[in-house]
Design a protein around this ligand. Structure first.
Ligand code: ADP
Ligand code: MG
Length: 309
């Protein structure tokens, strides 16, 4: 028997390093007419590096080494690319990490753990700074002052295009880490190809700060930027476009992208560094993390469906 076109397209996608989970998905890929991309780990390589370690000076001051070691200990159980960067930097500087107890993580926000008897929180300044504990302890004025200093340190790093990560100990901001990631070499070409295929420019959906997001978007030719999003905000952004009649292709890598990958007409996960949840939820997986294979498989689907020659 001759191979049905969609099955040979599926096999062909496999040869390009894209694991398409079914012939139905292979068919749906050719129907998409809008694209939404995640930033960290998707448009960027997902191997960010710590570029700055900035303690908040003051009474609870920790030095650079302790700030990094505490943050790394709390991040150790996390599979987030930022967490890996922090752990890597601590190891590179020879720190031995204390074990993390009672670890918890909130997608799009950060992590929390008990390290050496202290409660450590690491995550997005915008999420951790709006003084949750303000006015609740004797420490309040000190905490408020430390929060103001930390916010200033974070804003300066973000203006430089870095992702700022706040570190709190027992509710008090003690420092900020600057983390930077490289754009994937094929990011701009992929955005251009997807724009050509769908007739509209992709949307950037990110949990990162608006300053870093805008800077990266400009570099790849994206004008529609939604920053500071929680996982459910990414879902809402996708649903908004689907209600407007678009068939949205979502490309992401993180636990925070999983709900949007599920809500999308079609979801594709980055395979190499992607989280297990994203890989399981997505309809297809880019096994070798070559972003440029996305427009390739969309075109393969369209040819198989006889829409183009
Ligand atoms: P993106 O949507 O760009 O992939 P995420 O939604 O995964 O980003 O994360 C959004 C923001 O939440 C990050 O920029 C960071 O500030 C914070 N964050 C999430 N997880 C962590 C973590 N494990 N460590 C530090 N910060 C984190
Ligand atoms: Mg991501």
């Amino acid at each position: 028997a001759t191979m049905p076109p969609l099955l040979s397209a599926l096999a062909n996608a496999g040869r390009h390093g894209v694991l398409v989970k079914s012939a139905v998905v292979m068919e749906r890929l050719g129907q998409v007419d809008a694209v939404a991309l995640d930033k960290t780990g998707t448009l960027t390589e997902g191997t960010p590096r710590v570029t700055a370690v900035r303690p908040v000076p003051g009474e609870r001051a920790v030095d650079e080494g302790r700030l990094l070691a505490l943050a790394a200990a709390a991040e150790h159980p996390s599979e987030h690319p930022l967490a890996r960067a922090v752990v890597l930097a601590a190891h590179a500087r020879g720190h031995r990490l204390l074990p993390a107890e009672d670890f918890g993580s909130t997608p799009g926000v950060g992590v929390t753990a008990t390290v050496g008897g202290e409660r450590v929180e690491v995550g997005a300044p915008a999420r951790l700074l709006p003084g949750a504990e303000d006015g609740r302890t004797d420490d309040a004025p000190r905490t408020a002052r430390a929060a103001t200093v930390a916010a200033g340190l974070a804003a300066a790093l973000e203006a430089d295009g870095h992702t700022a990560v706040l570190v709190k100990v027992d509710g008090v901001p003690v420092g900020v880490l600057g983390i930077a990631d490289r754009l994937r070499p094929d990011a701009a070409a992929t955005v251009a190809a997807l724009t050509g295929l769908t007739g509209s420019t992709p949307t950037l959906l990110t949990g990162d700060n608006p300053r870093a997001a805008a800077r990266l978007a400009a570099d790849v030719g994206i004008t529609d930027v939604r920053a500071g999003l929680l996982p459910q905000d990414k879902v809402a952004a996708v649903q908004e476009r689907e209600r407007a009649g678009r068939k949205v292709l979502v490309i992401g890598d993180g636990v925070n992208d999983a709900p949007a990958l599920a809500a999308a007409h079609t979801g594709i996960a980055m395979g190499r560094a992607g989280s297990d949840l994203a890989l399981e939820t997505a309809d297809a997986v880019i096994v070798r993390d070559e972003l440029a294979t996305v427009p390739t498989v969309v075109a393969l689907s369209r040819r198989a469906r006889g829409l183009v020659a």
